[in-house]
Ligand binder design. Structure first.
Ligand code: AMP
Ligand code: ZN
Length: 138
């Protein structure tokens, strides 16, 4: 992808603070961290979002997120870790090259991550069960 910033970072065309690299991925520090150590798992192959990620590469990506979270847990003295992945602007995606956020969390930090819980209404419960049941493939 010619004008994709994460393709350029993953390929090394644009320099980044890389914590890890292999044939398929680069793990870099986010330039606007929610908390100290906030990192991004970037595949070198372009996929706009999770729907476009080849299954085998996606499996490697989530394992790398686990290993990155473990490394943070043992090296950054954090109290927790969020693993976050956004798809589509409505979900907060701003860079349309698949990535996984791995965010160390510190008790009392002000990262602002989270959501406002609403009530699960009877109407939504029925509608979602009816719409989605049978559509999630193993
Ligand atoms: P998202 O909102 O899930 O698409 O996340 C995009 C993330 O990429 C944000 O947390 C940005 O701070 C981060 N970001 C954007 N451009 C760069 C860059 N050149 N280097 C490092 N992080 C970046
Ligand atoms: Zn890309």
């Amino acid at each position: 992808m010619e004008n994709c910033i994460f393709c350029k970072i993953a390929s090394g065309e644009i320099p980044s603070a890389a914590l890890y690299e292999d044939d398929d991925f680069k793990v870099i520090l986010d330039m606007g961290p929610a908390a100290k150590g906030h990192s991004l798992i970037l595949p070198k192959q372009h996929a706009a979002n999770i729907y476009e990620m080849p299954d085998e590469l996606l499996k490697k990506a989530i394992l790398l997120a686990k290993n990155t979270a473990s490394a943070f847990s043992s090296s950054l003295n954090c109290d927790g870790v969020n693993v976050v992945q956004n798809n589509g602007e409505a979900a907060g995606q701003t860079v349309h090259h698949f990535h996984i956020h791995v965010i160390p969390r510190y008790a009392g930090d002000d990262s602002g991550l989270g959501w406002k819980p609403h009530e699960l209404t009877e109407e939504d419960r029925k509608a979602v069960l009816q719409a989605v049941s049978g559509r999630i493939l193993p």
